[in-house]
Design a protein around this ligand. Structure first.
Ligand code: 13P
Length: 285
């Protein structure tokens, strides 16, 4: 295994015209699913672990130990990234636990405060060789059933410049994308990406990957997106496989492993699909 700072994987992707997918993982089985599939496809990959998922696993160092353990016998290039940390302290805990990348998400704050906090995270993270992702604008959110939970605010290119000046390594942009299942087919604002690209020279990150049509993802990659986050599609595959396994009465002997294995198998199809969309298969060194 090779555990990389996320920016190394993103720099290769940026230069090579593909993106590295970051899959949200909350347990051992999801990490096995993502890393084994990446190894099978020789695709670089990012484990995206949200603070809520870190808390579920116990701590940042437990999450890192699981990932390192799973990867030990695999030939896989990967990064362990903390998704959406809403405070400097959260990011410090992940860095201390061994994450190779953190997202400081101050997008809910006025830009001056977002930038001041990002600068602090950058100082600490870079001293430890850890990558930093920032966010400008609000990436909206829908729930699993397509109900809107949070309205999106598009990325303001001027604010993107202010945040990029803090030294962050990559920037998550709100360009019509949203977390969760889309209520209607998204139409990414490529005009806005063009504006951002004129002013900001770091790789861009596309959140809300579940359900963005292939042609739009690939257009975004051509315009500088080097990482795409995918959460809902993988969670849905795991939960549905578990529910189907139980409904089919396959589980007759309290075999938790049967349910977990069904999730891993179903999840691997999702991972393969998004790797195909991101054009990253075969790119591992
Ligand atoms: P989806 O759940 O919509 O795929 O988005 C995941 C994400 O962006 C995590 O940060």
């Amino acid at each position: 295994m090779t555990l990389h700072p996320m920016k190394t994987l993103m720099a290769d992707a940026h230069a090579g015209g593909y993106a590295v997918p970051a899959f949200n993982c909350a347990n051992l089985e999801m990490i096995q699913c993502v890393l084994r599939t990446a190894a099978e496809l020789r695709a670089p990959v990012i484990l995206g672990i949200h603070p809520v998922e870190i808390a579920y696993m116990g701590s940042a160092s437990i999450a890192v130990a699981i990932a390192r353990g799973v990867a030990e016998d695999l030939k896989v290039d990967f990064a362990i990234h903390q998704d959406h940390g809403d405070s400097v302290e959260t990011c410090i805990r992940s860095i201390r636990g061994g994450f190779t990348s953190v997202m400081y998400d101050g997008s809910h704050l006025p830009i001056a405060q977002n930038a001041a906090n990002a600068r602090e995270v950058v100082k600490i993270a870079h001293a430890c060789g850890v990558t930093v992702e920032g966010e400008v604008g609000t990436i909206g959110m829908t729930d699993e059933f397509g109900t809107k939970l949070e309205n999106a605010h598009l990325c303001d290119p001027e604010m993107a410049v202010e945040l990029a000046d803090t030294g962050i390594d990559c920037l998550a942009v709100a360009i019509g994308n949203a977390h969760g299942f889309y209520t209607e087919t998204p139409e990414l604002r490529f005009d806005l990406v063009e504006e951002i690209n004129k002013r900001v020279k770091i790789p861009l990150v596309l959140h809300g990957g579940t359900g963005i049509p292939r042609d739009q993802v690939q257009q975004a990659i051509r315009m500088g997106v080097a990482k795409m986050n995918v959460g809902t599609a993988l969670r849905y595959a795991f939960v549905k496989a578990a529910a189907d396994t139980i409904a089919a009465e396959v589980v007759k002997d309290l075999a938790l492993m049967t349910i977990g294995t069904a999730g891993i198998t179903a999840g691997a199809d999702v991972v393969r699909d998004y790797m195909d969309i991101c054009m990253c298969a075969g790119r591992s060194k």
